[in-house]
Design a protein around this ligand. Structure first.
Ligand SMILES: [Zn+2]
Length: 144
């Protein structure tokens, strides 16, 4: 456990490649790479586009909106530090812009989460440098 923060779960290791993602998260902005050659949005951060192998990547802000692509309910975490959170929702969220990310759904009872449920990014401040990206249920925009 970190003496400074009291936070006992693993923290991300910042690298030259992923630092813009974490700096965005710290400002509560969800940011992913976009390929300047084929237009693919890319997550997780990497030095080359997985679609066309271009290294011409830029960081772009996302809407933060997406939907649950898949999920499971964790009752017995295998990593110490998560046990006080159980049961919790471990999910893959598909962003409106395309990329998928592994995350948690927060603020939603475990028996109400559904595949295709609309969600929006939510940021949990952990340390002065690190905020984690999670998602909460969103109400779809009402049109007309
Ligand atoms: Zn590409």
């Amino acid at each position: 456990m970190s003496i400074e923060t009291g936070y006992s779960k693993p923290l991300p290791h910042l690298t030259a490649t992923n630092r813009p993602f974490w700096e965005g998260a710290r400002q509560h902005i969800l940011r992913v790479q976009c390929c300047g050659d084929c237009g693919e949005h890319i997550f997780f951060p990497r030095p080359f586009c997985p679609n066309c192998y271009s290294s011409n990547l830029q960081w772009v802000d996302m809407s933060g909106r997406g939907k649950v692509y898949s999920f499971t309910i964790v009752h017995r975490p295998t990593v110490r530090g998560f046990s006080q959170d159980a049961p919790y929702i471990y999910a893959v969220v598909e962003l409106d812009e395309g990329p998928r990310m592994v995350t948690n759904i927060v603020g939603c009872p475990i028996d109400e989460v559904r595949v295709e449920m609309p969600v929006i990014a939510d940021f949990e401040d952990i340390t002065p440098e690190i905020a984690l990206v999670k998602f909460r249920r969103s109400v779809p925009a009402i049109h007309g």
